[in-house]
Design a protein around this ligand. Structure first.
Ligand SMILES: Nc1nc2c(ncn2[C@@H]2O[C@H](COP(=O)(O)OP(=O)(O)OP(=O)(O)O)[C@@H](O)[C@H]2O)c(=O)[nH]1
Ligand SMILES: [Mg+2]
Length: 199
């Protein structure tokens, strides 16, 4: 019974194939080439669009030594108010949102994908996972406790600036001197000069 059905199906398939072949032979070759051309062109167009979409990265990576204030800054940018009582992060903190300062703006505002990457030295290799999508890097420095950490900060900064992804894509980097609300904070010019000297 089953064998009979399979045979019947085979015969039907052969019939349809023959019909298709006859139909293709009847179609003028120009029409056939035009149809193939349209299919190829559409595929090419979709591939290009997908490639461009991937390139338009909107990720901003917050990085810097542990305790420099990245997590506080992340919440400040998202909610407008600092979250007190942050502890050393052991996992990247990320989110896509419209910056709090832009929520009151009229017109079209684009959301950003912000990544707060922990400063713990053991996690540094994981930073490479985020850099390929980065549109910009913010390197946060503690302006109060700067001198004891100057060497470590400059080594970390040098490490980032010489990464193949950063060099090749020319990813812009902003040096952010944090905790300037304290009177003992060093000036941005002093911090920049010291970092340049160390490097
Ligand atoms: N005075 C002052 N203190 C700040 C500021 N930003 C952060 N802090 C304090 O700095 C400490 C560390 O802040 P975090 O945001 O947790 O530091 P982090 O860079 O995320 O540290 P890791 O997660 O270990 O990489 C906290 O006690 C914050 O309250 C600031 O602008 N001014
Ligand atoms: Mg943190």
């Amino acid at each position: 019974m089953d064998k009979e059905k399979i045979e019947e199906l085979k015969i039907q398939m052969h019939k349809r194939l023959n019909e298709a072949q006859e139909f293709i032979q009847q179609v003028p070759p120009i029409q056939l080439y035009a149809a193939i051309g349209v299919v190829l062109f559409t595929t090419f167009l979709f591939t290009i669009i997908r490639l461009f979409k991937r390139k338009s990265a909107n990720t901003v990576v917050l990085t810097g030594l542990s305790g420099s204030g990245k997590t506080v800054l992340f919440y400040q940018l998202r909610d407008g108010s600092p979250h007190q009582g942050t502890v050393t992060s052991m996992e990247p903190n990320e989110g896509t949102f419209v910056l709090h300062s832009e929520t009151t703006k009229k017109g079209k505002v684009k959301p950003v994908h912000l990544v707060d990457f922990p400063g713990h030295s053991r996690l540094r290799t994981k930073l490479d996972d985020f850099l390929p999508q980065a549109a910009a890097i913010i390197f946060v420095v503690d302006a109060v406790e700067f001198l004891p950490n100057c060497r470590a900060a400059s080594e970390f900064l040098y490490d980032i600036l010489t990464k193949a992804n950063v060099v090749k894509k020319k990813i812009p980097l902003l040096l952010l001197c944090n905790k300037v609300d304290k009177i003992t904070a060093h000036t941005k010019d002093f911090i920049r000069k010291q970092l340049e000297k160390e490097m």
